[in-house]
Design a protein around this ligand. Structure first.
Ligand code: FMN
Length: 209
């Protein structure tokens, strides 16, 4: 698929009436990483997916996020980090459990780590910068589905584990505070996901008077 992103300053369509997009949104469902397999995106498709994800709303163009790609051997190498960290956290862990951790990133052909990268001295509030990273993750899910890939946004335990995070070189200084917004697993569904419970929009909606 070819895209022609608008150039800076060019007039762009304010809307894109598309029944296909509405159908996607009305049926969108994550596929559990455990149910994923090959194929995943090609290198070109992955670049395009990240470009689409990076069109998320972003107050004052901070770009408060970055991507870390796990593919090929990188997935196995990171799995080794997870296995080691898990063993330290739970010395009683069974060998089966350790192997499960080692294989976590092998569940999908490609995993994208989306790092929330907050510029602490920026005029745009931290909260808004964090929301942008979340919007990037959601854009990535939707773009992946539209490309024909299954996707799931996960954090699991390792997104919060200090020992694991040192291997991802997240910044935590006076300038930039980084956290994992999500690991987005990308691949193909081995079986279709089943619908889950959804909020009743009536119950969470009021009209300001
Ligand atoms: C920030 C974030 C972190 C998540 N982490 C996990 C996780 O660690 N484990 C999990 O089972 N689901 C996690 N989920 C939820 C799934 O990705 C998925 O959204 C959920 O199962 C609902 O499916 P749906 O996307 O089809 O609505 C997370 C979702 C978000 C937004």
């Amino acid at each position: 698929m070819e895209f022609e992103p608008p150039v800076f300053g060019e007039a762009t369509p304010p809307c894109h009436p598309s029944e296909e997009t509405l159908r996607l949104l009305s049926q969108r469902r994550s596929t559990a990483a455990d149910l994923m397999g090959a194929p995943g995106p090609t290198p070109l498709e992955l670049r395009q997916l990240l470009q689409l994800a990076a069109r998320a709303p972003d107050h004052r163009c901070v770009a408060p996020y970055r991507f870390i790609i796990f593919e090929g051997e990188g997935r196995a190498n990171f799995g080794g980090i997870l296995a080691d960290a898990y063993k330290i956290n739970d010395p009683q862990a069974t060998p089966e459990r350790i192997e499960k951790e080692r294989a976590r990133f092998m569940r999908a052909p490609v995993v994208v780590g989306v790092v929330s990268s907050v510029r602490l001295s920026h005029r745009t509030p931290e909260w808004e910068q964090i929301l942008t990273a979340g919007a990037v993750c959601q854009n990535l899910l939707i773009a992946a589905n539209a490309f024909g890939f299954a996707a799931q946004w996960l954090t699991e335990w390792y997104a919060f584990d200090p020992a694991v995070l040192t291997h991802l070189n997240l910044s935590d200084d006076d300038e930039i505070r980084e956290r994992i917004a999500g690991f987005v697993y990308l691949g193909s569904a081995n079986e279709p996901p089943k619908e889950r419970a959804r909020p009743d929009v009536e119950n969470i909606t009021s009209t300001y008077k």
